[in-house]
Design a protein around this ligand. Structure first.
Ligand code: PMP
Length: 435
């Protein structure tokens, strides 16, 4: 028998013996697209190299955090310096204040911030806070939005508005999701009906304003406006999950984007992650002082974390935010992303492949559909088999996009015009095989 020289395959085999499915987060396993996951050896700038030493232009960027690309010198320096002073103390540090101040200065809706270690934790804690602050139990989420894997959020729509959702994971008792109402994204009529029936019991409405967990779907402006109005009218908190969009679609997050379209617009609470940690485990939630002061140790809503505000993670996050604050950063990033998206559209059109795409700042999405979908069920009408051929065609050509058709893509400031051009020409070749 000849030994297997594909190190990704041997590592995957070894991983599967000790880690369920061989991965520590399901989407990494290539289950949707088939084939062997690439084990990353190292990354630099816009690229990473797999266990065989093959190079890929990276469009996942750790699913969003790596907005400066990999190994940005200023971030590396900040992290190296922080590490020398210790990894974790379990006592407060100045950098936690600086990061909280930085977040509050960039998001006008945020007066106070609590730092945590993952987006899941941040979203789960924001919901507990909304419930504690309002004294109500029920929450609204939308089909296709992901807010981490807290029990109450692993829910899909029930059979009708009067019934609440059904768990999407084994191990979540139906009683636990009894208070979670799951609605269709961008459906104003359903939203109005839900508030008419349950308005007085609703603690919050949680939404991904630009949903990156069903690829890339924007909440339409009239829909978002109605979300705001109904929350205000019924005393429910509007919670923006900006784990993905925060400091990624614009310096002011998606809330900044909507505030430009809806005068005076702001969410009540914001959930953040990814970019604010620059690739380190760091996330946060924030909002008005009156609500945030309900948290322990001041208020009755309990929330805690051994590694919260970790000194290395805050150094990494602060160094990252400092770079993205620089004049012109987002204009340049948005231009790279727009060039990529337009190039992909043109390449698909040349080859007669139905294709639609959208982007904002450094986040993009595309669909093998003639028109942009507005909700989860439309997203899922995409041709999965065709997407898989596109994915593997790009992968073979050294372009790494998300290994599932319902995930967004990310461009970093390290992506050069030649990276973008190389990606478009790879896509052209693959589209020719799909037509
Ligand atoms: N909210 C959103 C919008 C996300 O995209 C994610 C993760 N992709 C989460 C929450 C959960 O974050 P984490 O994986 O850090 O727990």
């Amino acid at each position: 028998m000849t030994p297997n020289t594909d190190r990704n395959e041997t590592l995957f085999e070894r991983a599967r013996r000790i880690i369920p499915g061989g991965v520590n987060s399901p989407v990494r396993a290539f289950r949707a697209v088939g084939g062997t996951p690439r084990f990353v050896q190292r990354a630099q700038g816009s690229c990473f190299w797999d266990a065989n030493g093959k190079r890929y232009i990276d469009y996942i960027g750790s699913w969003g955090p790596m907005i400066l690309g990999h190994g940005h010198p200023a971030v590396l320096e900040a992290v190296q310096k922080a590490v020398m002073d210790g990894f974790s103390y379990g006592a407060p540090t100045e950098r936690e204040i600086e990061l909280a101040e930085e977040i509050a200065s960039l998001l006008p809706s945020v007066e106070m911030v609590r730092l945590v270690s993952s987006g899941t934790e941040a979203a789960m804690s924001a919901i507990r806070l909304a419930r504690g602050a309002t004294g109500r139990s029920k929450i609204i989420k939308f089909e296709g939005c992901y807010h981490g894997h807290a029990d109450a959020l692993l829910v899909k729509a029930g059979s009708g508005l009067a019934t609440f959702g059904n768990p999407t994971s084994a191990g979540v008792p139906p009683e636990v999701v009894l208070h979670t109402l799951v609605l269709e994204y961008n459906n104003i009529a359903q939203l109005e009906e839900a508030f008419a029936v349950h308005g007085a019991e609703l603690a919050c409405l949680m939404i991904e304003p630009i949903a990156g967990n069903m690829n890339f779907v924007r909440a339409q402006v009239p829909f978002m406006k109605r979300c705001r109005e109904l929350c205000t009218q019924h005393g429910a908190l509007l919670v923006f999950d900006e784990v993905m969009t925060g400091f990624r679609v614009a310096l002011g997050g998606a809330q900044g984007v909507y505030a430009r379209a809806i005068p005076g617009f702001a969410p009540d609470l914001s959930v953040l992650g990814k970019v604010i940690g620059g690739g380190m485990p760091l996330a946060a939630f924030g909002g008005p002082r009156s609500v945030m002061e309900q948290l322990a140790p001041l208020g009755p809503v309990y929330q805690a974390g051994t590694l919260s505000g970790n000194p290395v993670a805050t150094a990494c996050g602060l160094a990252t935010l400092k770079e993205i604050r620089k004049t012109g950063f987002f204009d340049k990033l948005a231009l790279s992303t727009r060039t990529l998206v337009d190039g992909l559209k043109a390449a698909a059109a040349e080859n007669g492949v139905p294709f639609s795409a959208d982007c904002e700042g450094g986040m993009f999405g595309f669909f093998l559909l003639p028109q942009l979908p507005e909700n989860y069920s439309r997203v899922m009408t995409s041709d999965g088999a065709r997407f898989n051929r596109l994915f593997h065609g790009l992968l073979d050509r050294g372009v790494y996009i998300a290994p599932a058709l319902y995930e967004a893509g990310f461009v970093s400031s390290a992506h050069s015009p030649s990276d973008i051009a190389e990606t478009i020409s790879a896509a052209k070749e693959v589209f020719a095989t799909l037509a």
